[in-house]
Design a protein around this ligand. Sequence first.
Ligand code: FES
Length: 116
Amino acid sequence: VTLLDRTLAPVALGRPAVGRRYSTPPQPVIAAKQPFPVEVKAGKKYAWCACGHSKNQPFCDGAHKKAAPGISPLRFIPEEDKTVWLCGCKRTRSPPYCDGTHKDEAVQRAQLSAQP
Ligand code: FES
């Protein structure tokens, strides 16, 4: 897999200046409490939704532009045809793939913000 964009969320660099207000970066919402099996094709570009707001889960539909500015989709190109499990909870530590984090109680008890 070739990752085109490893950035999921902006990282604040440096110290905040005195007197300036900083908000916390947007956090992804839980789109689903399980991964999505997807048959990917070698050489094709995919954009995995990292914000959780897309109505086209697990892929980006551009919803982050209004719902979660600062979170960008993770673009990747598979090197071979195969079935992959793409994260639906947006809490994986191995994006765009499921790493089992969705089994955490916090994810399983959370409200879904949008149904895919
Ligand atoms: S669906 Fe997110 S870690 Fe499994």
